[in-house]
Design a protein around this ligand. Structure first.
Ligand SMILES: Cc1ncc(COP(=O)(O)O)c(C=O)c1O
Length: 426
């Protein structure tokens, strides 16, 4: 590990939580340089919905490189891009009756978010954007302004201009409808909140702690957008691409967003990001929003293969089936250790086990890693253990991973009890 400490910036994050030198990865398993095996319940924070080195995807990339397929072409027309555009239209847009233009941005999620915010402001000729408490949209300056967690913000690079945060669904508990609050602020011209160009929202907040917006809340949010002529941007970077059981996470609420940001798994494991927009919103002048790495062709090849999972309902069915296994397994764990007062939240194959006791979730992740499971945390205090396995994970690995969590919690509790020698703790 010394070379990473010596030569790589202090900004290193995940390497500290998972201190191993990883080497080989296949499906939902990773091996480090010592040959130690880990089950992956992290899936690149939602990038590996189809697993590591999915053979269908890898094979197409190998063949593309072997015939010297063009890899870098800026935004020129290529055979690989043509295939992707057609496949995305045929398998995703057309069957859902969605009329969107596609814009390829720089390859990470935050690039797609920046693009959406910029276009919304340009089209609506308004500068303000509304986002939600606990929302996460990336860390470049525009996206950072609409990201909630102040761990990422230093007041000197904060630039919180032109962005307001409103309470997400359930922020004040189950009895307060936060849409009423939003509507009141928008309709009162003395509320201090400027009419925004757009509202950006995750239908299930990933980094924010697996907070699932209800269907009613999402539909009311869409109605607010229509009533006040505000664009609705769904950030589907983490929970799109089938994570919740449908390709887009907003399908469960029947929304018709104005823009959708996609990244992470859209590239089938390769860096790719895109913005979907209603055709009337596509008001860019040629080349007005550009960048060197937009739509890398190897990523298009991978992405086109990944979309073959959407030619039928098998993957959606698998997400529902394995999502139930996760829900049942995790509820059983929550019930087994009532003293921890854990709360389970989620949908499809994204689940969060909130452990209110300070620092405990972090210890669970650490103990699980020591026992061969890579699992991340979420929430403003890292209080949520986040279950985000590949959608293609084998059922046995799902059970094996949950058993590691169960025994990690049991071990930690036993250790605490031992340390307290029978006294009550907490
Ligand atoms: C919902 C959402 N939006 C945007 C981003 C930013 O993506 P990236 O880290 O690729 O810039 C993330 C990353 O986790 C995300 O979860």
């Amino acid at each position: 590990m010394r070379i990473f400490e010596q030569l790589e910036s202090e900004v290193r994050g995940y390497v500290r939580a998972f201190p191993a030198i990883f080497d080989v990865a296949r499906g939902s398993q990773i091996w480090d340089e010592q040959g130690r095996r880990y089950i992956d319940f992290f899936a690149g924070a939602g990038t590996l919905n189809y697993g590591h080195n999915n053979p269908i995807i890898s094979q197409a990339m190998i063949e593309y490189l072997q015939h010297d397929g063009i890899v870098h072409a800026l935004d020129k027309a290529t055979v690989a891009k043509k295939a992707f555009l057609q496949k995305f239209y045929d398998t995703i847009l057309q069957p859902r009756n969605l009329d969107f233009k596609m814009q390829f941005t720089g390859p990470t999620g935050t690039n797609a978010v920046e693009t959406a915010l910029k276009l919304a402001r340009m089209v609506k000729r308004r500068s303000n954007i509304i986002a939600f408490t606990n929302g996460y949209h990336g860390l470049t300056l525009g996206s950072l302004a609409v990201t909630g967690n102040n761990f990422y913000r230093d007041e000197f690079f904060g630039m919180r201009l032109n962005a307001d945060q409103m309470p997400f669904d359930g922020y004040f508990g189950p009895d307060i409808n936060t849409i009423d609050y939003l509507r009141k602020f928008l309709s009162d011209n003395s509320s201090g909140i400027d009419l925004p160009a757009a509202i950006i929202v995750e239908t299930v907040q990933g980094e924010g702690g697996i907070n699932v917006a209800s269907i009613a809340w999402l539909q009311q949010l869409e109605a607010v957008c229509r009533d006040f002529d505000i664009l609705l941007i769904i950030d589907d970077i983490q929970v799109g691409n089938g994570r919740t059981g449908t390709f887009f996470s907003f399908e469960r609420a029947g929304l018709k967003p104005d823009m959708v940001t996609l990244s992470k798994s859209i590239g089938g494991g390769m860096p790719l990001a895109m913005l979907l927009m209603r055709p009337e919103l596509d008001q860019w002048k040629p080349g007005e929003h550009t960048g060197t790495f937009r739509g890398n062709n190897l990523a298009f090849v991978a992405a086109t293969q990944a979309l073959s999972y959407w030619e039928n309902d098998d993957l959606s069915d698998a997400v529902r089936y394995k999502g139930d296994i996760l829900q049942q397994g995790l509820s059983a764990i929550a019930q087994k250790y009532p003293e921890l007062e854990m709360r389970l939240r989620g949908l499809g194959m994204v689940w969060g086990l909130e452990i209110p006791r300070k620092g405990f979730a972090g210890e669970v992740s650490k103990e699980a890693f020591a026992n061969g499971l890579v699992i991340e945390l979420a929430g403003s205090e890292d209080q949520v253990v986040k279950f985000l396995p590949a959608l293609t994970i084998e059922e046995e690995l799902l059970h094996e991973g949950m058993a590691i969590i169960d025994s990690a919690i049991g071990t930690l509790l036993a250790r605490k009890r031992e340390a307290m020698k029978g006294e009550s703790w907490g």
